[in-house]
Write a protein that binds this ligand. Structure first.
Ligand code: ADP
Ligand code: MG
Length: 256
């Protein structure tokens, strides 16, 4: 375990199991993440990465095991303020409302922290618009603030989802394949932003992705999953091409 002695874990998952019918999507997963860690989840398609992220986000209940988020049992975190201050999740689908203007999707990052009345009032408040504008400026798309979200490119929508997360400002940032649909330059920009957000809040970043070079550059640790089982939990520096190929079952030996 890479956790520093004396530092309370932000995520403590023990013996987590999840079944879908007869399929075991996760099988007795034990993982602990400390503040400041940047953890990549790697593994072939179907290995359980998204299922694990959904469980860590509180969106999906495990069938067995225990999960503590910021030292509290996840099942007991009340949905709303406490949960949204603790954990934020950029799903692969991004989960934006396409017909709304960008600014409203960004302000949705605050919804968990506000009551319904405050939320409705604040959607129109200039001060809140300012905070959305600042986040979008940092992401280089301030000019899109009033654009209908569906008109933005995939990469721009990714930034809107990150701006929403910036307004939410959770301790634990989860991201499911945040760079899978981006070109290499865009992918690095997004990882720069996600890692600096986690650093600024002294939080943890846990993201699924496949590229070993990006993992080594932006992450401190990498967890390899396969068939719902943790295959390795190593320092990102140790993720050599050989280790990655074995996880993905790629055989690069020349054929005779
Ligand atoms: P990954 O994100 O690594 O590709 P997933 O966590 O999405 O893997 O899926 C792990 C396994 O669980 C896969 O075999 C997938 O088909 C299955 N699975 C995931 N979600 C569901 C679901 N809602 N219903 C049934 N099976 C599911
Ligand atoms: Mg997935």
């Amino acid at each position: 375990m890479t956790q520093t002695a004396g530092t309370a874990a932000l995520v403590q998952a023990s013996d987590i199991t999840k079944r879908f019918g007869r399929l075991r999507a996760l099988n007795s997963v034990d993982l602990s993440f400390a503040p400041g860690e940047r953890v990549a989840l790697a593994g072939p398609s179907g290995s359980g990465k998204s299922t694990l992220l959904h469980i860590l986000s509180g969106l999906l209940q495990p069938d067995g095991g225990q999960l503590f988020l910021d030292s509290q049992p996840a099942a007991k975190l009340p949905p709303g303020k406490k949960l949204s201050e603790t954990v934020g999740f950029i799903q692969q689908s991004l989960d934006l409302v396409p017909q709304l203007p960008v600014v409203q999707n960004v302000l949705a990052g605050r919804l968990g922290q506000w009551g319904l009345f405050r939320s409705l009032a604040s959607l129109l408040s200039p001060r809140e618009r300012d905070s959305a504008y600042r986040a979008l400026t940092r992401l280089g798309i301030a000019d899109k603030i009033d654009e209908r979200t569906s008109r933005l490119s995939g990469g721009e929508q990714q930034r809107v989802a990150i701006a929403r997360l910036m307004l939410q400002n959770p301790k634990i940032i989860l991201a499911d394949e945040p760079v899978s649909s981006l070109d290499p330059a865009r992918a690095e920009e997004i990882l720069e932003v996600l890692t600096s957000l986690a650093d600024e809040s002294q939080g943890a970043l846990i993201a699924s992705l496949h590229d070993p070079a990006l993992i080594r550059k932006y992450f401190s640790r990498v967890v390899g999953l396969r068939n719902g089982v943790v295959q390795f939990d190593i320092s990102a520096r140790e993720l050599t091409a050989q280790v990655a190929d074995a996880l993905y079952d790629l055989d690069r030996t020349p054929k005779a």
